[in-house]
Design a protein around this ligand. Structure first.
Ligand code: S3P
Length: 178
């Protein structure tokens, strides 16, 4: 059994939280979501942190939270889309974990984000599609460099994404349909 943490990284709208929760349930492991942990720790929503303190402060709090989460063992951890901006986050997460990049095309990401731009401060109140394109281009290399494994999520169900990660991490074969 692979005891390492399963760490999900990737752009906003790639399903890190949904996939992470399902993986944890399937493997009976603890599930931790970095954004949720930040909100709990600082008793404030991500949107409020950005609005009141700005992105730089958020990144610092995010780093402190990632530092703590990195000490976990045998957990499933989903991370905010911007954790790759600080190399220290990646170094820490790799100490006890394998990093799985959920990689989606611009089209997939835009389609997934359509219903949820309001609670994402970096996309709020502007031409969010242009913002997604710009951010994604800036970060693509960082995601690819950080990843131990790259999982293509385009046109795939959560279940098949789950099966791919389970096969790599735990050598668990997918359920067979008879
Ligand atoms: C961010 C992604 C968000 C959240 C914050 C910043 C980013 O998390 O951490 O709004 O910089 O990409 P999700 O990737 O879970 O949306």
């Amino acid at each position: 059994m692979n005891e390492k943490n399963i760490v999900l990284i990737g752009f906003m709208g790639t399903g890190k939280t949904t996939t992470g929760r399902a993986l944890a349930q399937r493997l009976n492991r603890k599930f931790l979501d970095s954004d949720y942990c930040i909100e709990e720790r600082y008793k404030m929503s991500i949107s409020d942190i950005f609005a009141l303190y700005g992105e730089e402060k958020f990144r610092q709090w995010e780093q402190d939270t990632i530092n703590d989460l990195s000490k976990e063992k045998h957990a499933v951890i989903s991370t905010g889309g911007g954790i790759v901006l600080k190399e220290e986050n990646i170094i820490k997460l790799k100490e006890n974990g394998k990093l799985y990049l959920l990689s989606g095309s611009l089209e997939t990401i835009i389609s997934n984000l359509k219903v949820s731009t309001d609670d994402r401060p970096l996309l709020k109140g502007k031409d969010w599609i242009a913002a997604v394109e710009k951010l994604l281009n800036c970060r693509l290399q960082l995601y690819n460099n950080a990843a131990d494994y790259i999982i293509d999520i385009n046109k795939k169900s959560t279940l098949s994404i789950l099966d791919e990660i389970l096969k790599i991490h735990c050598n668990i074969k997918p359920y067979k349909m008879i």
